[in-house]
Design a binder for this molecule. Structure first.
Ligand code: NAP
Length: 300
């Protein structure tokens, strides 16, 4: 339980509602900032304006997945209020107050460092990345169906990268009956790809390996699907680039060659905001309970 904990949830989208639901169920007291247009009321949660918040009470601040932008602006879809998080606000919080976000940037790193507060980036955690790979794969299947006139079953799929997303993508497309090959650079990844009964290849051979690809799914966050790789693909190949912006594809060249290439960021929040929110809510609930337990001396 989170009885006695005071937490500010600052901005966000539908995913934050699952977090609010979970934390109020666990008996935390919540200040909701940037939610005044939200019709739903949660017992134990009070909507407040940023300038009304008493930061000196806060045990934790929860930001949306992107954190802030480079000017400190926190995105919120449930409010017209301009929400800017500053180092001065963080300095008013107690020393133990932890800031949670999905990812971070120079601004958020800077103000948390200046205020000497701990910042936890949930998307850096393996468990969150692995759970999130589930809705990411479902979104990838949706895009593959929407943008092709052939079945996934029986088609040649090339997956780049065997990280948390790449592994889930490769396994799921294989289960749908596709012929899946996976490109990686580490020998242990090539071994794992073989163990999974998929076809491995070294990324050095990428140009050779794309010659019969129907759908290429990239998870490597660097320019790997270059013009020279794209020039070797069949004209009907669909590229779905899952890597974080700006992706790993030369989109300009793909367009010039008439190859459909789609950058597909944020699929969990698009195809399954409820599940994506629950993933974050469950991990946050655990982290907050651990934090409370440590401060009460329950967990050593
Ligand atoms: P990950 O576990 O870190 O996997 C990244 C993969 O890229 C690994 O296979 C890694 O191989 C490879 N890689 C990285 N740098 C490389 C390089 N220089 N050369 C060759 N291979 C390289 O990350 P993830 O959780 O799977 O996420 C992958 C990407 O998808 C990230 O950009 C993430 O932000 C994004 N993502 C997108 C969505 C969406 O909705 N589109 C959802 C979740 C995540 P090594 O081990 O050899 O480095």
């Amino acid at each position: 339980m989170l009885t006695g904990m005071q937490i500010a949830v600052i901005g966000g989208d539908a995913r934050q509602l699952e977090i609010i639901r979970k934390l109020t169920e666990l008996d935390a007291r919540l200040s909701l900032i940037g939610f005044e247009q939200l019709d739903h009321a949660f017992t134990g949660a009070v909507k407040e304006k940023l300038d009304e918040v008493d930061f000196s009470n806060m045990d934790a601040l929860i930001l949306p997945v992107p954190g802030t932008n480079l000017e400190g602006h926190v995105e919120t879809i449930f409010s017209n209020e301009k929400v800017i998080l500053t180092a001065e606000m963080l300095m008013k919080t107690p020393d133990h107050c932890t800031i949670y976000s999905g990812i971070s940037n120079a601004y958020l790193n800077g103000i948390t460092k200046e205020a000497k507060r701990q910042l936890v980036q949930l998307f850096e955690r393996d468990d969150v990345a692995i759970y999130n790979s589930i809705p990411t794969v479902e979104g990838t299947i949706m895009m593959a169906i929407q943008h092709t006139d052939f079945t996934i079953h029986g088609s040649n799929i090339t997956v780049l990268g065997l990280g948390r997303v790449g592994m889930s993508v490769a396994r799921t497309f294989q289960a749908l009956g596709a012929k899946v090959k996976v490109g990686a650079r580490k020998s242990e990844h090539l071994a794992r790809i073989t163990e999974m009964a998929l076809t491995p290849f070294h990324l050095n051979d990428l140009e050779k390996e794309v010659k019969d690809t129907d759908i290429l799914i990239n998870t490597i966050p660097l320019l790997i699907v270059s013009a020279s790789v794209i020039s070797k693909m069949p004209a009907h190949t669909l590229i779905i680039d899952l890597a974080s912006k700006p992706g790993g594809t030369d989109f300009r060249y793909a367009e010039k060659r008439g190859i459909k290439a789609l950058l597909a960021p944020g699929l969990p929040g698009i195809v399954a905001p409820k599940t994506a929110g629950q993933i974050l809510a469950n991990v946050l609930a655990q982290l907050l309970q651990d934090d409370l337990g440590k401060r009460k001396g329950i967990i050593k």
